[in-house]
Write a protein that binds this ligand. Sequence first.
Ligand code: BG6
Length: 486
Amino acid sequence: ITEETALITIFGGTGDLANRKLYPAIYRLYAKGFLKENFAVIGTARRQLTDALFRERVASSIASIADKSHIQAFVSHFYYRSHDVTNKESYKVLLDLSNELDTTYHLKGNRVFFLAMAPTFFNEIAIRLKSEGLVATKGYQRLMIEKPFGHDLASAQELNDALGHAFNENQIYRIDHYLGKEMVQNVSAIRFANPMIEALWNNRHISNVQVTLAEELGVEERGGYYDNSGALRDMFQNHILQVVSLLLMDFPLTLDKAEIRAEKVRLLRSLDVPELDVVNNLFVPGQYDANPTDPQTFKAYRSEENVSPTSTTETYVAGKLTSHSDRWNGVPIYIRTGKRLSNKKTNIVIEFKNDRPDLFDDSSEKVANTLVIEIAPNESITLKLNVKVPGLGLATQPTQLQTAADAVDQNAPEAYEKVIHDCLRGDATYFSHWDEVALSWQLADRIYEGWKLSPTELPNYDSGSAGPIAADELLARDGHTWYPLS
Ligand code: BG6
């Protein structure tokens, strides 16, 4: 265990993300010894708070996971300053405190800035960090930034340019919390540590790929944000395309971040950007309606708080991606994500081809050879096979090999613990590179444009269902079906 040394400044220090994920994650790093004496955290936000009150908040955010005897020592590393992101004076206050803490805790000038607040201010903060001297230290300076990274390609480019005033690409850690998930990181191990699997990982053997990020929850209290975003921006542009690129990229020369990034970018570049007039055949938007049997609990999206009653924002998207790489040409890559579906299910399904003659008895039951990587609500790997029915005759029946299915704790800060630790170590492998972000927006922008040309009638699925019928038809046209959600 190597102890890390840094000052972590969190913009949005009183916010939901900081309380629910970041403080518990920092605490876990402390409890494990990755952070010891030589670290400090500054929380900033608009409201006035004393250090003492801030520490109480941090203490309560870790109460359920912390060893009581550690809490006081841990929170003594936390400081708070009220901050107005547009005010020069505010940065001067931060600079003075940062320099002071640098000396007190022997931080070697190492600084991590975490933007965990409304994206409207990202550009301004980055520019001011530079102009007010906060990034002029002899140690390292790194920026951690939460999604959304822009609203489309143009705004993402603008944001990237603004960040570029203070940080170069190697100093920017764009968080995609899916890349911090254990089973998403496991994808590389499953592929590259198992030659048997990697040998089959191509269009000769794979019939289709399915990536599902289904949620049972609705928009909850985030209607204001979500109604300006939608499933394509909220889940597809980032999480889905990141999972797809890790899943389908070519074998990297090493597991070094530059090699992995290069392969992911190559894969993203190989994805076809559809012509506008076929977007609607390939990408299905959806919006949830009330559940007919319990419309009070499961209301329509349009009746949610802070959502326009005539909203045309999609809460669901299903789509068919195709790649023109040698490896994947001809293999449909189906993706879907949505809110208020029947259940939470995050998985990757690889269905293998079956083009062999059937040699077994008519009574045989057969399953397509399928590899299922389940990410949530359980973490498991399942391989579906056919075996002989015991006894006389030569009939087959399906069976499966499965790893232990461990339940994922939905509120576990593990993903953030990993991303913060990686940033402190300077390892950007599981973060999104600008080239990946740009290519992903290009695809998402095209889909929006296509949808705008011929809008789909919304709402088109019931809250608590498996999604719009059109999503089933999308696969049926190719002779495929979705792997069941539950
Ligand atoms: C976030 C989205 O990025 O991911 C949310 O903004 C979504 O809308 C969440 O609910 C899903 O993450 P997870 O880890 O619960 O699958």
